[in-house]
Design a protein around this ligand. Sequence first.
Ligand SMILES: C[S@@+](CC[C@H](N)C(=O)[O-])C[C@H]1O[C@@H](n2cnc3c(N)ncnc32)[C@H](O)[C@@H]1O
Length: 262
Amino acid sequence: MVKRVWVIGIGPGGIDQVTVAAIRALNRVEVFLVPDKGAAKHDLVALREQICATYIDHDYRIIEVPDPERGPDAERSADQYAGGVRDWHRARADRYAELLTGLPEADAGFLVWGDPAFYDSTLRILDTLQADGLEFEVTVVPGISAIQLLAGEHRTVLNRIGQPIHITTGRRLVADYRAYGSDLGDLVVMLDGALTCRELRAEPLEIFWGAYLGAPEQVLRRGRLDAVIDEIVDLRARLRAAHGWIMDTYLLRPITPAGPTP
Ligand SMILES: C[S@@+](CC[C@H](N)C(=O)[O-])C[C@H]1O[C@@H](n2cnc3c(N)ncnc32)[C@H](O)[C@@H]1O
């Protein structure tokens, strides 16, 4: 049974976003568990392998763990979605429990895309395993998130002076905005395969969009939502078809009476 599990944020797209603390942690780990999400996302597994090969100077093993099937999220209600995610976490937890108990007394590691603090289930699953009685220590090494990279690549600050930042998902965006409007401050949207901001095109919003942030394929677009959203929708579909997968994040910023950010 492993003694310590390292949860290491590796940044959102390339070997350049790996922090020095992450490199130190990588060099403590003997076995990495990497979820394999199928052929289309094989690029993402390959990137993790490249990070290990670049920064680790001892022998290590990578175990690819096939991800359990996840339901058709887009067609589910909020309750069905939450239930589906819980079942999927449970199935993942069972797979990890089997692997971690079968390993020798070693340090194991999870390479988490971006930062473990944003929309990532690794820490929740490890909590479940500990609640089930498995005994191991957990160390978290934060990474650079797609959120920070989006702001940096667009050379912008996420919040207006003294105003909040609301981080949400495509699934929740429209309901959040209709309920609170510009009181939410600037909105950062992740996990939005449908670019649901289309439904807000009549609102006074500016969009800062980024796909494949940090990777050589990175693409950025920015402008008034109503003016650029059709182009972004079309571009996203073409990029997804060309690469077989896409990850994108965007910021929506209320346009003030003084106009969009210069
Ligand atoms: C499961 S969440 C993981 C977030 C990650 N933990 C982070 O800190 O960025 C996946 C979502 O993160 C965003 N994302 C991750 N990597 C990205 C990238 N390289 N470019 C743009 N968005 C990315 C997308 O919104 C994607 O749907």
